[in-house]
Ligand binder design. Structure first.
Ligand SMILES: *[C@@H]1O[C@H](CO)[C@@H](O)[C@H](O)[C@H]1NC(C)=O
Ligand SMILES: *[C@@H]1O[C@H](CO)[C@@H](O)[C@H](O)[C@H]1NC(C)=O
Ligand SMILES: *[C@@H]1O[C@H](CO)[C@@H](O)[C@H](O)[C@H]1NC(C)=O
Length: 441
């Protein structure tokens, strides 16, 4: 829980120092680099470019590579790649970047490589840290990734939570090499059903194979594709005229939350509207991302009323005709959805809910009432009830700063649930910067 608190603090700091509010819902705010003006119009990705490689850097900026050019982020023109990664074209016998990935795993497996970007060119691998080539590189791929062939098509990191072990997936033709970072063992798979990927990107825990101007989302362990693919990348991963109807970077949610929570892994989830949620990645600098709810949890559809995290689970409360209550932790737990009454011993609807770290009490807000429910008791029973000084709470969460009650574009901060329960007046409302939620105020 310490970790969670730290991340959350970091999250807030990052948000408040963010200085580019105009495209706040953009994945990975592209940095301005006014000093680098030497781009040319050789490639226009809106014409439908087949990328050689795509990778995030340590700040979460996404780089798209084609030939000797790259794009930074979702919008902006192509630039010469050597302006950012100078040494990549100093080895004249090597062609363009075949594949690239960011080593993000930071546990015991490869601590020294944390946040390094690896580039693969023919049979050589380059390792960059903070845009500087690491000493001793480039070297032959086999020296760092034994068992991995040269002339790769694509590479992507797959952390333990998503693959069985911290791994890197390498793609060549229809062959996939799953490289275990710790043991350096390689498992070869054939995913003939997947198009041959020229680049692969992991983005918000999902895996995208790019081929031609299209992409296909696949499961990193099974390679399974579910959903209607391929899709045209110009609608999703870049800003192009006449495209982008579905672009993640163009969603404009309301400045009003439906529900918010932080799970045990330290990720914050905020639900706004009936298809968007914001999602904080592993680290605050990875920024805020909007997704249709159904992408992560296909069982959840429509607006979320309240959400709280307890133990390993996240409880998503939606009151529909059937008064459903979901518990989602990557997958729906068997036996769910259950009714709110069955799960919590109260009648819906619910406006907001929160559980403070290391506590076993769910605080449920209904109208102007806060109901405390002991989560260790079976059957669940209401412990206490309090009358709140605030009407119409949209969402609530408990974090390192205290309890936050969100009402429209503002929130009220209370030190503890107890302080909230005995309050007769509301504190001064604090504005959250609209850019936190990527909305237009
Ligand atoms: C990058 O490449 C271009 C064209 O090949 C060249 O003119 C330029 O000097 C290079 N820049 C650097 C910083 O190496
Ligand atoms: C995909 O790669 C395999 C080699 O592994 C090749 O035989 C096949 O023709 C490629 N498919 C396409 C559609 O290019
Ligand atoms: C891209 O996908 C569409 C279907 O969504 C398909 O009609 C088209 O041929 C694909 N283009 C390429 C270059 O793969």
């Amino acid at each position: 829980m310490k970790l969670l608190v730290r991340l959350l603090l970091g999250f807030l700091v990052v948000i408040q120092t963010h200085t580019a509010p105009t495209k706040c819902y953009c994945l990975d705010q592209p940095k301005e680099h006014p000093e680098e003006t030497h781009y040319d119009a050789k490639f226009d990705r809106c014409d439908g470019v087949e990328f050689d490689a795509i990778t995030p850097d340590e700040k979460g900026n996404i780089f798209f590579f084609k030939g000797d050019h790259l794009w930074k982020g979702f919008s902006g023109p192509a630039q010469l790649a050597n302006g950012t990664f100078q040494e990549l074209d100093e080895y004249h016998h090597l062609a363009h970047v075949d594949a690239a990935f960011r080593m993000h795993s930071k546990d015991e497996d490869e601590p020294q490589a944390h946040d390094h970007i690896f580039f693969f060119l023919d049979d050589m691998v380059f390792s960059y840290y903070q845009q500087t080539l690491e000493k001793g590189f480039p070297v032959n791929i086999q020296q760092v990734f034994p068992g991995i062939p040269s002339h790769l098509d694509a590479a992507v990191e797959c952390p333990k939570r998503e693959c069985t072990t911290n791994s890197v997936l390498f793609f060549k033709g229809s062959d996939v090499y799953s490289f275990d970072i710790k043991t350096k063992t390689v498992k070869k798979k054939e995913w003939n059903h997947l198009p041959n990927c020229t680049s692969v990107l992991r983005w918000v825990e999902h895996y995208y194979c790019f081929h031609g101007n299209n992409f296909t989302r696949f499961h990193p362990v099974s390679g399974d594709v579910s959903g209607a693919y391929p899709k045209d990348a110009r609608h999703y991963f870049m800003t192009c005229p006449n495209f982008g109807k579905w672009s993640m970077s163009h969603r404009k949610p309301r400045c009003k939350l439906d529900a918010i929570t932080t799970d045990r892994m330290g990720k914050s989830y905020a639900f706004t509207g009936d298809y968007d949620f914001l999602h904080e990645l592993d680290t605050p600098r990875d920024g805020i991302h909007h997704f249709p709810i159904t992408r992560s949890w296909k069982e959840v559809s429509g607006a979320v009323d309240a959400v709280f995290s307890y133990g390993d689970n996240m409880y998503i409360i939606q009151v529909k005709e059937k008064k459903d209550c979901f518990s989602a932790h990557y997958t729906l737990i068997e036996g769910y959805p259950k009714s709110v009454t069955e799960e919590l011993g109260i009648q819906g609807p619910v406006d907001a809910a929160f559980v403070c770290a290391d506590q076993h009490v769910a605080h449920i807000i209904q109208g102007q009432k806060m109901i405390d429910i002991d989560l260790t008791a079976t059957p669940r029973a209401v412990k206490s009830e309090a009358s709140l000084p605030i009407h119409k709470v949209d969402a609530a969460t408990c974090d390192s700063e205290g309890v936050k009650l969100f009402v429209g574009p503002e929130y009220y901060l209370y030190q503890t649930p107890k302080v909230l329960a005995v309050s007769k007046i509301s504190p001064v409302a604090q504005k959250f910067p609209p850019r936190i939620f990527g909305c237009e105020d």
